[in-house]
Design a binder for this molecule. Sequence first.
Ligand SMILES: Nc1ncnc2c1ncn2[C@@H]1O[C@H](COP(=O)(O)OP(=O)(O)OP(=O)(O)O)[C@@H](O)[C@H]1O
Length: 260
Amino acid sequence: MLAAHEVGYAYRGGRPVLEEVSVSVTPGRGLALVGESGAGKTTLLRLLLGLARPASGRVLFDGAELNPRDRAFRRAVQPVFQDPYSSLDPRRRAGRIVSEPLRSLGLLAPGSRAARREEAAERVAEALRSVGLPADAARRYPHEFSGGQRQRVAIARAIVSGPRVLLADEPVSALDVTTRVRVVELLGGLAETHGVTVVVVSHDLAVVAALCADTAVIERGRVVEQGRTADVLGAPSHPYTRRLLDSVPRLSRAARLGPP
Ligand SMILES: Nc1ncnc2c1ncn2[C@@H]1O[C@H](COP(=O)(O)OP(=O)(O)OP(=O)(O)O)[C@@H](O)[C@H]1O
């Protein structure tokens, strides 16, 4: 459905950030991209979103070279960003924010202005319901929601067009722990009920295990290990993955004990 085939990428004048990276998204199987900070995960997500073009290799959507202007692609592949504070326009009501993809992708049936507005309102209400927000949330501005609710608004905007893939970059890392669990459950539920496949960048391996059947481990711009999440995290074959897993108990122990 969506794949990177031996892609390479470098930011202007810099060293390569990705080298010969191949990953593919299989319908119904969430894919996690994990690796240390700076490994290139976000850059890979940007290539899969068509926000940047690979310097070498190819990004394919439904078997053909990805064209970011292709409406079918823009409808099918939607982003969810890390920080719902900065990804939602503070001057617009949630209803307007969530309906934006319907307008920009021309998904409203042709008809009178009033009929289109009514259709948009119905589809927005349905998307808001799907993410567990009341329909009257449409009238509120982003600052009138909690962080978790704001991320739900962002997810409603991502699903309103009926996408096949959600590309989510650290979708819950800006949230507190309890809210995080709820939003992960929401994403997992949407994957089942709406048939969307999630591609998630996360440093939280619990999130990865909950959402993704497959995992690719990236170290300094290269995929060093990939396969079923249960295998990759359960019995890692690459020393880098083992180090990544080893750092988890250390981190949670440190968090429990607090500063020395
Ligand atoms: N706009 C940019 N211009 C130049 N270099 C960049 C830019 N964005 C990222 N980089 C560099 O590219 C490399 C990969 O960054 P990227 O954000 O893809 O990593 P990441 O694995 O997502 O890291 P993190 O987990 O910290 O978000 C890093 O060395 C980073 O410094």
